[in-house]
Design a binder for this molecule. Sequence first.
Ligand SMILES: C[S@@+](CC[C@H](N)C(=O)[O-])C[C@H]1O[C@@H](n2cnc3c(N)ncnc32)[C@H](O)[C@@H]1O
Length: 295
Amino acid sequence: MEFLACLLMSDKTVIRSSNLKGLICLSIEDTMEASLTKQELLKKYFNPKDYYDISYAKGKGILLGEWVPFVLKNLHELFSSGAVKGDTLTDIGSGSSIYHLVSACRSFKNITTSDLLEQNLIQQKKWLNKEPDMLDWSEIVQIVCDLEGNGEKVEEKEDKLRRAVRDVLKCDVLKKNPFEPLVLPPADCVLCCLCLESACKDVATYCDTVKNLKNLLKPGGHIIVLGTIKNSYYSVKEKRIPTMPLKEEDIKKAYTDGGYEILRMESKRREDLSLISIADFQGFYFVLARKPGKC
Ligand SMILES: C[S@@+](CC[C@H](N)C(=O)[O-])C[C@H]1O[C@@H](n2cnc3c(N)ncnc32)[C@H](O)[C@@H]1O
C-alpha cells in the first residue's frame, strides 16, 4: 500500500518516500528552497554579472546567437521607420541590460529604466556612470551602429543612450502601480524585454499585467513587448530560475483582451537547441500594440 513516509534522519536530512521502493533524499536546504517565492528566488540568485556572463558576454553569451539579432532587428526597423516616437519611454524589468535601448535612444530623449531587484539597479547605474566594473555592451552596440549605417561610433552611441536615461527606478510590474510610491507621468512608449514571463506565474497573470501596463501609457501610446515562447526556466550560473511558459496563441489574446490595438506581431522558432539545459525556450515573440485614444 502506498503511503508517505517522512523521516527526520538528522538535523540536515529528510528522507521522503511515496512508497517503500524508492527513497528520495532532500536536504533541509532543498526543502526550504522549494518554499521560496519566485521573487525570493530572484533576489537570492539573480546575480547581474552571472546573468550577463551566461546570456550576453562577448563570444559566449547564449542569447547572442538568435535572441539578440531578433530583438535588435525588430527594434531597429521599428524605431528607424519613425512609427513609434515621442518624448518618454519607460522600460520595465530592464535587469542589468541596455542592449534593447540602443535603437530607442534615437526616438526617445527621456528614458526610464526599472527593475524589481536592487542589484540590477546598481549594475545599470555602473554602466550609466562608466564605472570601471561596468558590464561591456560594446559588441552589441556595434551591431546597432552597423544596422543604422550612419558611421556613428560605439562610444558616441553609448553616450547618447547614457544622456537619454534620466531615471533608474525600482518597480514591481505585478503591482497595480508598479512604481509605488511614485506615480510616473504617462509615457509615450512602454518597452518590456524578457521580463513578463519571468514575473508572471501563469497566463492569467500575464494578461492582467499586460492590461494594467496601459495605465503607464498616454492615450495613443505604444507598448512593445519581446519575450520567449514555451520557456519554463533560464539559468543564472548553476541555478535555474523558473519562468512562465507562454504559448503563441496566448499572446494575441492578452493584448486584444487587454484593450490594445495590435499593430504588429512577430514570432520566430528557436533553431539552435544545443544549450537547452541553460534555458528551454522554443521561440521568441515581438508585439507592438497601441493604447486607444489620441496622443
Ligand atoms: C530574464 S531577465 C531580463 C532582463 C533584461 N530585460 C534583458 O532583456 O536582459 C528578467 C528580469 O525581470 C525582472 N523581474 C522579474 N520579476 C519582476 C517584477 N515583478 N517586476 C519587475 N521586474 C521583474 C528580473 O529582476 C530580471 O531583471
